[in-house]
Structures are given as structure tokens and as C-alpha cells.
Ligand binder design. Structure first.
Ligand code: ASP
Length: 585
């Protein structure tokens, strides 16, 4: 037997018992006549105690040869500690070691296995198997496991069937590039890895499995950002004979269940907000509603007073930063520089200080009277001591920049706590978005999303106006998931492909299988997918999704540990009928 107990479970009531533990050497303290070892495994840490005067020479020799991360087995008696450690679950006891066996040695690890390690990100990625021994990372992986179980528990409990869909498929358009896999048996032909199981889950509805889910790997070849991975996991679902509101209720239920079980948080009911309203009030389709500072549109009050910049703008809008009227010149210059950065893109920043004495001081005093500024302040419901920050430009630019500024000020003022959760559903997205570059419409969600019933007639006449029966779940400004009611009629699907500029042949070639399926009794259906890694990081309370993935990739899509992507041999390439031009001298 390797062990009778694990390193996290022994308590006072076991005092006197003979036990055997196995684990990793976390730390050794050698005080000459007294030695202690912290022995660690997945479950915790237990202190081993060796008394120099009574221990055998053999035992002492072994103990003195140990190094960090050696794997050892210890036999001994559980004793009560004289100086207890209340911070440790096993802190009341220790093991008086009688025998220690070295099961394996270890090189000195490249970084310390502590909660706050000295290892840099890249180094830890390279030695991920060691990094996974550290408590914060280990606990994140355990949390992920638990969340998977809670998800399955809830969905299976609501009659959803977990059905796997293939990984070697044909491209599905979710708006990113596909990863492709060459087929040896079909020279010159390729599979694509799924960006999502979208078409398959719809086919499962045609088959009659009216509630499907899957915890599924999806692959998107996108430029990576800190919170993106080329392969990621979704909680993917689809339902038949279902209305939008039934889907929202089911997944609000799932979200509440997982938050309750995994984080001990009771979420309030999720409000609904239309996309247009979200854009107007927050300039974003994923508003962070943990704090107010909503947009105030000032066109009516600010235009026609001789200030050219505002007069020429499509939108003049501001936010009211509470209690910031005492910002110094330097602070305001700092904010101005910040909004003018290319990533934010504002041309300048107008401020209005609402002084405690009821007067106003602004950067545009030349153009506006005290009364004008008071009108702005009233519209913003600003109080003495507040600061209005105003941007202008096209509607799109102004909203984008003001959204960034609002989030920035939210951080500055400490209004974005990780312990507060504000979920909401964003609904009624536009169906299509115009792409200047290619001069055609793209599906905002994907081409299988149904237009709203009442907008159906606009599809051929004014497609840009059509709203989709689509929804996103947003929590704290993060898009956790999204989905839609689907088209289930061949003709409508066809007109959608038309609106997207597909020729009949292209549509047939790429999606013929789905169009055909729609001719064999496709039920009305809809669904949703949640980004599971992101949900984990939100519940886990950290920004990075990498911590919640056992073996993540870095920002350039590399696995630093196995060192891939990597080259393959000429033989392999030839077998796959891939001919790579050799670089010429
Ligand atoms: N397939 C969609 C996605 O991955 C989700 C859905 O429409 O169900 O975003």
C-alpha cells in the first residue's frame, strides 16, 4: 500500500494511529536536533517530524538527502503538535516519522511551488505540470471540474441529452478562420475543426432529440488576446419547440445553479435589455452594469452655441463621474491623453466641473454660459462635486470611446468589484452588419439565426434594419454566452444566404446538408452556447482564462510545454499530398 491517508485529512482524533503517507517534499526545516518536512499532495499538506536524538542514523541520512519536490513515502505515528498552526487544515497534528522511503528524486524545480511563485509566465507554461502543483492553479482546475459536474447535473436533470458531435468536420461560419486537417485518404482535401457544433446540433433537432447539450472543444484560428485561446470549451445547447423566453429561463437557471454551487452566490433575476438601448446607455453590447455612469446625450443642449466641434458631431455624449470635480489639471490632462490613444480614438475631451458652490468650470467656458452648463448637469443628474466628461464625433466613434472611458473611470473609482455579479440578457441584436471592406452584409451572430417574426418582411427590402431573434448573456461586462432562435424553413434560410451574398451554388455546396434536412420535418428550434473557460474565470474571480485550462496555449497560440505548432517530416507531408516549396539558396 502506498498510503493509508492523504496529506489533507488527518486531524486530532487520529492521534496515536500508525499511518502511511505519500507525497511531494514541499519544505524542509533542519534545526539540527529537530527536523520538519512539509509533505504535500493534491489534498493538502501534512507536517512530518523527526527527532534528531531518537531517530536512527539511517533515517537521518535519508532525511538529510531530501530535496524539494522529491516524492517520498513516510510511515509513522500521528501525534499532537505542541505549537499548532490554525492556518493549516492539518495544523493540529504532525507525523512522527519512523521510516521514509524515497520513491523518486527531483531536480530543483525551475520556480518555487508557492502561491506567490517567482516563476515568470513563459517559464511556468513550459513546466506547466509543475505549475499545476501550486495551490492557486490546482484549485482553479478543481473548480473547473466542479463546474462541469454542476452543469451536467443541472442540464441532465432538465432532460437534456449529452451527445457528442464530430471534431473532423467541414467549415462552419462563426466568423473566425478554421483550423484545417489534411486528409491522407482524400488527397488535396481537408477537414475543418469545428468553430462550434452549430450545424450538428441543429441536425440533432431535426432528428428529434429535443434537448441537447455538450461540453465541447471548439477551435477558432483568430488573433489571440489575453482572454482567448485557439481551442476553448463551450457549454453548447439546443432545444426544439421552444420560445426565446423559455431558452433564457432555462439558461438563467443553469447560470444561477452554477453560481450557487460553485461560488455560494445567489444571483438576482436577469433583466433584459435591447441591443439598441444598451448601445445608447452604455455604448456597448456587453455593458458592465455593476455601476451607473450611464451615457447622457447632449446634442440638443450642446449644439448650436457656436462650438464647432460639437456642432459638426453626430453625437455629443458624456458621463458623470461622481465626486471627481476636484480632479487636478494634471489628472484631466491624463484622461485627455488616455482617450486620445489610438485604441480609444477620441479627438479630445471636454470636462465640466460641478463646483460645490453651484457654479461650473469647463474647458468650453468660451462657448457656454453657466446656465448652459447647468442644463447639462441637470440632464446628467449631476450633483455638486461631480465631473462631467464629454466626447463627440460620429455615433459609433463616440460610443466606443465613451464606453472605454466609462469602464476606465469605473476602475478608477473602484466600482468594478470581483465579488459583485450583475448579469443581464442583451436581446434584439441586428441580424446583419455591413462590412465596409468586402461591401457586403455579414451575419452578426451566424447565418442560421432567425430574423424576428415582425421584421421578416424587411429581409429582402431593407436587410440592415432587420433585428434578430438573438440574445447574449453578459455578466459584469463580459460576454458569457450567446444564441438565437434558428431559421428552420428552407426558403427563409435560402433568402438569408441571399442577403449574405452567397450564390445558390455556394450555399448548396457549403450548407446543402442543412438545407436538405430542413425539407424532412425540421422542428422550430433555438439554442445557446456559453464560453465555459470564461465562466470559470469569472466564478474563480480572476481575469485570466488560462488558469482554468490544464494545458493552455500562449498568446501566439503555442503550447510552450510540448513546443508546438512544429514541423512535420517530409514523409508525413508527402503522405498528406502537401508539397511545400523548399526555400531556394
Ligand atoms: N454556435 C454559437 C456560438 O458558438 C452559439 C449558438 O448560436 O448556439 O457562438
Amino acid at each position: 500500500m502506498w498510503r493509508t491517508h492523504n496529506c489533507g485529512e488527518l486531524r486530532l482524533e487520529k492521534v496515536g494511529e500508525q499511518v502511511k503517507l505519500s507525497g511531494w517534499v514541499q519544505r524542509i526545516r533542519d534545526k539540527g536536533s529537530l527536523l520538519w518536512i512539509d509533505l504535500r499532495d493534491r489534498y493538502g499538506t501534512t507536517q512530518l517530524f523527526i527527532e534528531g536524538t531518537s531517530a536512527s542514523a539511517e533515517l537521518l541520512e535519508i532525511v538529510r538527502s531530501l530535496g524539494r519536490e522529491y516524492v517520498i513515502q513516510v510511515s509513522g505515528q500521528v501525534i499532537e503538535r505542541i505549537s499548532k498552526n490554525p492556518k493549516m487544515a492539518t495544523g493540529d497534528i504532525e507525523i512522527k516519522a519512523e521510516e521514509i522511503k524515497i520513491l523518486n528524486t527531483s531536480k530543483v524545480p525551475p520556480f518555487t511551488i508557492e502561491d506567490d511563485t517567482d516563476g515568470g509566465e513563459e517559464l511556468r507554461m513550459k513546466y506547466r505540470y509543475i505549475d499545476l502543483r501550486r495551490n492557486p492553479v490546482k484549485n482553479s482546475i478543481i473548480l473547473r471540474h466542479q463546474m462541469m459536474q454542476y452543469t451536467r447535473e443541472y442540464l441532465a436533470g432538465h432532460d437534456f441529452l449529452e451527445i457528442e458531435t464530430p471534431v473532423l468536420i467541414k467549415s462552419t461560419p462563426e466568423g473566425a478562420r478554421d483550423f484545417v486537417v489534411p486528409s491522407r485518404m482524400n488527397p488535396g482535401e481537408f477537414y475543418a475543426l469545428p468553430q462550434s457544433p452549430q450545424t450538428f446540433k441543429q441536425l440533432l433537432m431535426v432528428s428529434g432529440f429535443d434537448k441537447y447539450f455538450q461540453l465541447v472543444k471548439c477551435f477558432r484560428d483568430e488573433d489571440l488576446r489575453a482572454d482567448r485561446q485557439p481551442e476553448f470549451t463551450q457549454i453548447d445547447c439546443e432545444m426544439s419547440f421552444v420560445t426565446r423566453d423559455e431558452i433564457l429561463a432555462a439558461f438563467e437557471g443553469l447560470t444561477k445553479h452554477v453560481f450557487r454551487k460553485a461560488r455560494g452566490v445567489e444571483l438576482e433575476d436577469f433583466p433584459l435589455m435591447a441591443y439598441d438601448e444598451a448601445m445608447r446607455r452604455y455604448g456597448s453590447d456587453k455593458p458592465d452594469t455593476r455601476f451607473g455612469m450611464e451615457f447622457i446625450e447632449l446634442n440638443e443642449l450642446a449644439q448650436g452655441k457656436g462650438f464647432n466641434v460639437f456642432d459638426q458631431s453626430e453625437l455629443v455624449a458624456g458621463i458623470c463621474a461622481p465626486g471627481c470635480a476636484d480632479y487636478t489639471r494634471k489628472q484631466i490632462d491624463g484622461l485627455t491623453e488616455w482617450v486620445k490613444r489610438p485604441q480609444i480614438g477620441a479627438k479630445g475631451l471636454v470636462y465640466v466641473k460641478c463646483n460645490e458652490d453651484g457654479t461650473f468650470k469647463s474647458s468650453v467656458d468660451k462657448f457656454y454660459t453657466q446656465e448652459d452648463l447647468k442644463n447639462w448637469a441637470d440632464k446628467a443628474a449631476a450633483r455638486p462635486g461631480d465631473l462631467l466628461l464629454v466626447l463627440s464625433g460620429t455615433i459609433a466613434e463616440t460610443r466606443k470611446a465613451l464606453n472605454e472611458l466609462r469602464l476606465y473611470m469605473g476602475n478608477e473609482l473602484g466600482l468594478r468589484s470581483n465579488d459583485v455579479f450583475k448579469p443581464l440578457w442583451i436581446v434584439d441584436f441586428p441580424l446583419l452588419e455591413w462590412d465596409e471592406e468586402t461591401s457586403r452584409y455579414h451575419a452578426m451572430h451566424h447565418p442560421f439565426t432567425s430574423p424576428r417574426e415582425e421584421d421578416m418582411h424587411l429581409l429582402s427590402t431593407d436587410p440592415g434594419k432587420v433585428k434578430a431573434n438573438a440574445y447574449d448573456l453578459v455578466i459584469n461586462g463580459v460576454e458569457i454566452g450567446g444564441g438565437s432562435i434558428r431559421i428552420f424553413d428552407r426558403q427563409i434560410q435560402q433568402s438569408m444566404f441571399d442577403a449574405l451574398g452567397f450564390t445558390k451554388e455556394e450555399a448548396e455546396k457549403q450548407f446543402g446538408f442543412l438545407l436538405n434536412a430542413f425539407e424532412y420535418g425540421a422542428p422550430p428550434h433555438g439554442g445557446i452556447a456559453f464560453g465555459f473557460d470564461r465562466l470559470c474565470s469569472m466564478i474563480g474571480g480572476t481575469e485570466s482564462i488560462r488558469d482554468f485550462i490544464a494545458f493552455p496555449k500562449n498568446n501566439s497560440g503555442r503550447d510552450m510545454m510540448i513546443d508546438t505548432p512544429s514541423q512535420i517530416s517530409t514523409e508525413q507531408l508527402e503522405e498528406l499530398s502537401i508539397f511545400v516549396k523548399k526555400p531556394t539558396e
